[in-house]
Ligand binder design. Structure first.
Ligand SMILES: Nc1nc2c(ncn2[C@@H]2O[C@H](COP(=O)(O)OP(=O)(O)O)[C@@H](O)[C@H]2O)c(=O)[nH]1
Ligand SMILES: [Mg+2]
Length: 226
């Protein structure tokens, strides 16, 4: 039997910036790909750029570059994300560490949707969670951001996987969402097959996005087996 596997897949060269609205994705994108602060704050459009920037001599061993995609954080995130997922090398999930307490449900549910994505799960796509806007005095430390997100995902994975029983027997084969982590333990990112890292960051100070640039360099130099 001939198995159609779809068109041969291109290189996984895309690093996607996702997260709730106003978390600082476009600011990070601008600094990474344009080398300056963003002038497009509040835009609902997605941005695409390259890293390292052409003006920089830094290059990976084979001269390849990453495609950086900045997705706006709103209800259509899922659709936009799905468009890019086949090319995703890594995911950078940006939250605003100065407002996370108020934005927790939104921030955790976007992240949950990404983590249960079939490709993200099966390809064990690496995830960098950025606790952004760390220059703001009242912002939460990355450890706290991690604990809050883990706690909220712990609740979400119960509510999302126990959908109400349908009265229609034909609906029995209804899709079951992946259960994240271990059923008998509180959710932790370390229970996922994906490499997950949480770091604090801001795009205001000179070295604010250094961690991200270091990680981009790693992703560039370790070609993704596909
Ligand atoms: N203090 C501070 N403000 C930031 C930082 N990053 C972004 N912002 C501000 O947060 C707002 C939203 O940023 P933006 O990049 O448009 O968020 P996006 O919706 O996630 O793309 C803007 O007013 C930015 O200037 C940061 O690291 N520190
Ligand atoms: Mg934006």
């Amino acid at each position: 039997m001939y198995l159609w596997k779809g068109p041969s897949k291109g290189k996984r060269d895309t690093v996607i910036l996702v997260g709730p609205a106003a978390s600082g994705k476009t600011a990070l994108f601008s600094k990474l790909c344009l080398g300056r602060a963003s002038a497009t704050a509040g835009s609902m459009a997605s941005n695409e750029g390259k890293w390292p920037r052409e003006s920089e001599s830094e290059e990976s061993a084979d001269g390849s570059i990453l495609r950086i995609v900045d997705l706006p954080g709103h209800e259509r995130l899922r659709g936009a994300f799905t468009q890019h997922v086949e090319r995703v090398r890594a995911i950078v999930y940006v939250v605003d560490a100065s407002t996370l307490n108020r934005q927790l449900r939104t921030s955790a549910s976007y992240l949950y949707d990404i983590l249960v994505d079939g490709t993200v799960e099966s390809q064990e796509i690496p995830l960098l969670i950025v606790a952004g806007k760390r220059d703001i005095l009242t912002s939460l430390r990355p450890e706290r951001v991690q604990a809050l997100l883990e706690g909220e995902i712990n609740k979400l994975r119960v509510t999302r996987t126990t959908a109400p029983e349908s009265l229609d027997p034909d609906a029995e084969a209804e899709e079951r969402t992946t259960f994240l982590g271990y059923e008998d333990q509180p959710f932790r990112f370390t229970h996922l097959p994906n490499p997950v890292e949480v770091c604090g960051m801001d795009n205001v100070t000179e070295n604010g996005i250094q961690i991200l640039e270091n990680r981009l360099m790693d992703w560039l130099n370790e070609p993704f087996m596909n």
